[in-house]
Design a protein around this ligand. Sequence first.
Ligand code: BTN
Length: 319
Amino acid sequence: MYTDVIRELADGKSHSVESLELNESELPRLTAHMVELGIEFQYRRGSLQIVGGLELLDADRMRALMDEEARELLHKIEVHWTIDSTNTYLLKKSQKQACHAEVSIAEQQTQGRGRRGKNWVSPFGKNLYMSIAWNMPTAGASVDGLSLAVGVGVVRGLSACGVEGVQLKWPNDLLVDGSKLGGILIEVSNPKLERVEVIVGIGINLQMPHASGRTIDQNWTDMARVTGTRISRNLVAAKLLDSLLGMLNTFPQMGFRSYRREWQGYDAFKDRAVEIHIGNETVAGIEKGVDDRGALRLQTEMGIRQFVGGEISLRAART
Ligand code: BTN
């Protein structure tokens, strides 16, 4: 709805309603739609302007910003204006190209999904919602630990955009000073013996609108706050793909083992008192990093215990 008009207005300049080829009755509908999307605009003397402009996602621009090696591992990038969830989209679609990535990226998600069945707040045009489908052989290293390795890949990609100080909370939450900057949701479809289709979903807060931020049920931050600047969304997507495609390609040979030390260097809870929640069970202990499979190591009264699995959550111990 009004996609072409919003694209034209994205330059942040003032456009007369006439030049946008809108009639008088369409104007209230367009402005209501922009309010709904959270787009800040001005209407003055028959002209419309998006305040500060919008950087829309552009697949050609992302490709141009990517390294050549990563480009060679890319099959296609699909940009969606609005979608339920980029992960759900790729899960429904079967990925045929072995060792080539199919990427789905959206301006807005209406049913963005987080870990443990949570909702992922995904307002229009401001943040990054991207999923990568990768058809991976399971021979050699298993996909265990992949979700932690992806966390390392995202930290590296963000660092290439000038975002430093990002830490990881097991298994792969992205934190800055204890507040959530982004998250990773890995899902596996089509599990066959020799190959699996892995969907790597990444959500990064770049410039979270305040109204959307108020609906998030935990401490959050965004790249604009962390860096004090507005970093290009197309650049962030390109640098994450640079970092992640090579990793996905070599993971079956390398396994998590080769990322373990780096992961522990980013560990936000290393040697801190934490609680692990598994359903109704709570286990308290001191966080002792991860093992070669990516299992969390917890020093408890009974000795070291290891934890794996998607339904576990880790929290700082209440003092
Ligand atoms: C988390 O709970 O920390 C994981 C959040 C993952 C969000 C991303 S946004 C792109 C992809 N599509 C989804 O529906 N979820 C992931």
